[in-house]
Design a protein around this ligand. Structure first.
Ligand code: SF4
Length: 376
């Protein structure tokens, strides 16, 4: 309104998150840690004219260090953690405790849509927070405990594929610590802007590695960034935990709605994935009407998952998104460790801090609640 153009409060509200992050980086009192979502490593290069689909993890880490971040960590680490929490939850449901089908909750675009339009399915949603929020809750508890940095001085930045993540960080019920768990969310394009503002020659950077403690991930954590990845990562862990046998490739397709069946012990587990809300509706309406025999449903609001997120480099054609997804799968294929429960830093985290999946501390820091919102 009229006020917005002159009112200083309006101006503050509109202040770009980039400025907040620059201010934190320049503040000597603040210890700024950053996490990058799985998809970013396969998309950021496009902003610097690097061939679409090229994985630029090492250059991305090097650029973040040059921007002044004190620690450069990976959301993929927390994606592995999500699998342990969500996988344990799904296991319980398979054993009769809880409501099937189990529906994923790591995409805030989908969660908000469900709160508005599918409130009677909210009890199917995993209570596990998204990897971003799990990471941030640990960033203000576990990280200070391990590093000696005071929790009040830690400032957490998340590089994410979409602006739905900006909404997610401000959800009332999401904070688990005395602080704001996630202080700032930047999209891939916003990060690229900062790198350009700083005059960093991105394509010439030498590769660097993520920092220890919350930077190691498995291939399973990485494929969270593309459609079908969460389902595949979860079933890898659940099947092996239940039967001791490894999972064969799931072969979930890239388009629309896809199904797969997996034999786990004497049970056939039916999995469905939907990317794009229009596709999700078909599946969810069947669930609502009691016509769905699936056990596990992965929903991503964006067509093709986070590689197609609204904060990613533009233009994002179908071919480009496919190549980004192929880039992420390539990381998974080449990973020495491809199962979340084998991530050594996640094992350490449980041993030294959380106890076990679904423990009291895990529930407090890593799980959340949902609420019905007016239909839109
Ligand atoms: Fe964000 Fe889209 Fe990924 Fe959901 S699927 S988390 S809305 S980028």
């Amino acid at each position: 309104g009229q006020c917005a153009s002159v009112c200083p409060v309006g101006a503050i509200n509109e202040k770009s998150e980039i400025e907040n992050v620059w201010a934190a980086l320049e503040d000597d009192e603040k210890h700024v840690i950053v996490q990058t979502a799985p998809s970013i490593q396969a998309t950021l290069g496009e902003e610097f004219d690097i061939t679409n689909g090229t994985v630029v993890t090492g250059k991305m880490v090097a650029a973040l260090r040059r921007l002044g971040f004190d620690k450069v960590f990976s959301t993929d680490f927390a994606a592995d953690l999500t699998i342990l929490e969500e996988g344990s939850e799904f296991l319980k449901k398979l054993e009769g405790e809880g409501t099937l089908p189990h529906i994923t909750s790591c995409c805030p675009g989908w969660v908000k849509y469900a709160e508005h339009n599918y409130s009677d399915l909210l009890n199917h949603l995993s209570t596990a927070k998204s990897p971003m929020q799990m990471f941030s809750a640990l960033g203000k508890t576990y990280y200070p405990q391990q590093s000696g940095v005071k929790a009040k001085d830690v400032y957490t930045v998340a590089i994410m594929p979409c602006t739905a993540k900006k909404f997610e960080k401000d959800r009332e019920e999401i904070n688990a610590t005395r602080f704001k768990d996630t202080d700032a969310v930047l999209t891939t394009r916003e990060l690229a802007r900062m790198i350009k503002e700083m005059g960093i020659n991105f394509s010439k950077l030498d590769d660097e590695d993520f920092d220890e403690l919350m930077g190691t991930s498995t291939g399973a954590g990485t494929i969270f960034g593309t459609t079908g990845g969460v389902a595949e990562a979860a079933v890898r862990t659940v099947k092996e935990k239940l039967t001791g046998e490894p999972l064969e490739q799931l072969n979930l397709g890239f388009r629309g709605v896809n199904f797969a069946e997996v034999e786990i012990g004497d049970r056939t587990v039916k999995i469905a994935i939907a990317n794009g809300l229009g596709n999700a509706e078909k599946l969810l309406n069947a669930c609502k009407d009691g016509n769905c025999d699936c056990d596990f449903i992965e929903v991503m609001a964006c067509p093709h998952g986070c590689v197609g997120g609204g904060g990613q480099p533009r233009p994002a054609t179908y071919e480009k998104k496919v190549k980004r997804g192929v880039g992420l799968s390539g990381i998974d294929d080449k990973s020495a460790v491809r199962k979340s429960h084998k991530n050594p830093q996640v094992i350490k985290l449980y041993k030294e801090f959380l106890g076990k999946p679904l423990s009291g501390e895990s529930h407090h820091l890593l799980h959340t609640t949902y609420k019905s919102r007016p239909k839109n």
